[in-house]
Design a protein around this ligand. Structure first.
Ligand code: SF4
Length: 292
């Protein structure tokens, strides 16, 4: 009996990334060259596909020296300083900031502008592009807490407003809330806003079911994707035979031994075509091992 190979129908790009890529392709079709501030998506294969069509990835330092060009801002969003640089250098911004991130930026800015006494805490990864964009709404004053240890930066005698980077785990956020509630002074007000994107957290449950239903799981994701790490950990939790791979070249044939069903899934930054390539590679390996 031959093994089944299934791609998770719920895996793949979220609408924020789909929109950013569509915007990039529209400009590339008409213009030929477009600059993108940072990788358009945390997936090197998709970055390479768009690079071959004329998308040039640049850094913030590069942006300072560019003039009179078009620059795409990816779904993660950017701090106000990026827009100021673009204006100064006559750069046309193609803004692909995801609407979910944009709303979060506006909420944080509103709190910062209207209540300077409250400390804004962002549960997120230090240095992550989305987090940099959020901290930028507060003139750099927001406190980034990646883990419980980072809460040492918070003054628990003062009011606190807690937000989350859109791709963090709901359990981690809950843990932060509990810890702050334990430490804060009775007189301090504490508000928390679950700003985790449901495109990510909503996937956990169906992904866990998918992973549990297969003997072996190949989770396809770029190493830089924080969403990928969170979702892959969910799969490993229910199926220890889960392997994180960047593409077909990472598959080890021995992983597939004694397995009747192989599941292929990925992060919100994983292109569908890459999961299809992995499926083709798996069926080639299985064919070879059957004939060998
Ligand atoms: S994960 Fe959510 S917030 Fe992030 S880009 Fe995708 S849709 Fe937008």
């Amino acid at each position: 009996m031959s093994a089944t190979i299934e791609i998770d129908p719920g895996s793949g790009f979220c609408f924020g990334v789909v929109t950013a890529i569509r915007k990039a392709e529209e400009v590339l079709d008409s213009n030929g060259t477009l600059y993108c501030l940072g990788d358009i998506v945390h997936n090197s294969s998709e970055v390479e596909r768009l690079r071959s069509r004329g998308l040039v990835t640049i850094t913030h330092a590069d942006l300072e020296s560019l003039h009179d060009v078009k620059v795409l801002l990816r779904a993660h969003g950017e701090p106000p300083s990026t827009y100021e640089t673009a204006k100064r250098n006559n750069i046309e911004i193609i803004d692909a900031t995801c609407p979910v991130v944009l709303r979060l930026q506006q909420r944080i800015k509103h709190t910062f502008d209207n209540d300077r006494d409250t400390q804004i805490v962002i549960y997120g990864k230090n240095g992550h592009a989305e987090v940099n964009g959020l901290v930028g709404q507060t003139q750099g004053k927001a406190i980034v807490a990646e883990n419980i240890d980072d809460l040492r930066k918070v003054d628990f005698s003062r009011n606190i407003s807690l937000y989350s980077q859109t791709t963090k785990s709901p359990q981690g956020f809950r843990h932060m809330i509990d810890e702050i509630n334990t430490r804060k002074a009775d007189s301090a007000l504490f508000e928390h806003f679950d700003t985790i994107c449901r495109q990510v957290s909503g996937r956990s449950e169906s992904l866990r079911r998918f992973a549990a239903d297969h003997d072996v799981v190949l989770f396809v994701s770029g190493a830089k994707s924080s969403n990928g790490k969170v979702l892959c950990a969910e799969c490993t939790g229910v199926n220890p035979r889960t392997h994180l791979i960047a593409g077909p070249e990472d598959i080890k044939p021995e992983w597939l031994h004694n397995s009747m069903s192989i599941g292929i899934c990925g992060a919100t930054s994983t292109p569908r075509w890459l999961m299809e390539d992995v499926k083709t590679a798996v069926s080639e390996i299985l064919k070879t091992s059957c004939n060998g």
